[in-house]
Design a protein around this ligand. Structure first.
Ligand SMILES: NC(=O)c1ccc[n+]([C@@H]2O[C@H](COP(=O)([O-])OP(=O)(O)OC[C@H]3O[C@@H](n4cnc5c(N)ncnc54)[C@H](O)[C@@H]3O)[C@@H](O)[C@H]2O)c1
Length: 347
């Protein structure tokens, strides 16, 4: 007779069912031993549609109702960035573990408040820094840890997106939208804290902003770390929309004995089409969230699956660090201040 105990089912909720929250729901629905217990979105029509798709009976338009329930283990917070703080703090105090999407906050004080709530409650709090779970970026870290290129001297990281996506992603400054990925990678790879920031920004296509605001479509940031490493980060929303590239990203780490590189503009797959629906050439990135043989694959599955395993095994999730995320918000805040003032910001 088998002595293996059945794995307890983990009950999760997703709060915020926009484009990315729907990917969270799809991923949880595909993970073994995980059940989507509840969904929450301020938009009732969207909530009902996604709940129908995944057959989820518990639906809320206000997450306060979720905090009353003691049968939910984990929540994914996938609402717009500036709303994260209250939801995360309330979720932790109601006993849930939390994954909060990047940018975890747009104010350092909000990030500190979330970290304090996690400390006070002893619940797990994980930032949605998904690239730590992307094979390509994780391999850079593994090689660095093995000393493959000696001591890191310099980091360059570029995130480049088509102009058409700026419409959806211009409600916040891009230091809190795209650049959190690059800031987190730089912190992870440098293994040190940032001491000085200098940033420059431009907006070449302000008419593409969804809401009137100050979001730049080009942003450069220069970071100096306490251990002497320098990093240059670049975010842009200026790829021609008809270039057919979703993610023209690139990273390069130079060490005393070599160089490590990641590039995603050529995913290895291309479609050339004359169909009116998607004319031209299209090369989507396949590493983040995709399907093979009906199964969800990619970095999001690795990230959420890792967290679920940690919760089941009562092991603190250390691969993505909330302490780094807090410092990342401080760095992003310094980037915004430096770009506005034209001055260095010392942290
Ligand atoms: N890790 C990644 O690679 C990645 C990718 C995309 C987005 N994100 C992050 O995910 C978050 C959401 O992004 P998105 O593009 O899906 O946004 P979105 O605007 O498409 O969706 C946000 C959703 O939240 C809902 N909402 C707003 N306020 C709410 C509230 N108080 N309670 C419940 N629901 C509420 C909205 O109705 C909407 O459905 C952001 O933090 C974003 O930066 C991360």
């Amino acid at each position: 007779m088998s002595t293996l105990k059945p794995t307890p089912v983990l009950r999760v909720a997703v709060i915020g069912l926009g484009a990315w929250g729907q990917c969270h729901a799809e991923t949880y629905a595909a993970l073994p031993g995980v059940e989507i217990a509840a969904l929450c979105d301020a938009d009732p029509a969207r909530l009902a549609a996604i709940a129908r798709r995944h057959d989820v009976p518990l639906q809320f338009t206000d997450c306060a109702a979720l905090w009353q329930r003691d049968d939910i283990d984990l929540v994914s917070v996938v609402t717009p960035e500036h709303l994260h703080r209250q939801i995360v703090v309330d979720a932790l105090h109601s006993g849930k573990h939390v994954l909060v999407e990047k940018a975890v906050a747009t104010e350092p004080s909000d990030a500190h408040a979330m970290a304090a709530a996690a400390r006070d409650t002893g619940r797990f709090l994980v930032p949605g820094h998904i690239l730590r779970f992307d094979l390509r970026y994780a391999e850079v870290k593994r090689q660095l840890d093995e000393g493959a290129i000696g001591d890191v001297v310099s980091i360059f990281s570029r995130r480049s997106r088509p102009q058409k996506q700026f419409v959806h992603h211009s409600a916040n400054h891009t230091a809190y939208v795209q650049m959190p990925h690059d800031i987190d990678l730089a912190l992870w790879w440098a293994g040190s804290r940032v001491t000085r920031v200098r940033a420059v920004e431009r907006c070449l296509r302000p008419e593409l902003r969804a809401v009137e605001g100050t979001a730049p479509d080009v942003l450069w940031a220069n970071l100096e770390f306490a251990n002497g490493i320098v990093a240059v980060l670049h975010s842009s929303w200026l790829l021609p929309s008809n270039a057919g590239v979703d993610m023209g990203d690139y990273a390069e780490v130079i060490g005393s004995h070599g160089v490590l590189k990641v590039q995603t503009a050529d995913s290895g797959f291309e479609m050339w089409s004359d169909s009116p629906a998607s004319p031209g050439r299209y090369s989507p990135d396949l590493g983040i969230h995709h399907r093979v043989a009906g199964r969800v694959v990619g970095a999001l599955r690795e990230e959420l699956g890792y967290l679920c395993d940690c919760i089941r095994g009562h092991r603190p999730p250390t691969h993505a660090s909330f302490a780094d995320a807090v410092h990342g918000v401080e760095v992003a805040h310094a980037v915004v201040r430096s770009a506005a003032s034209g001055q260095d910001v010392v942290l």
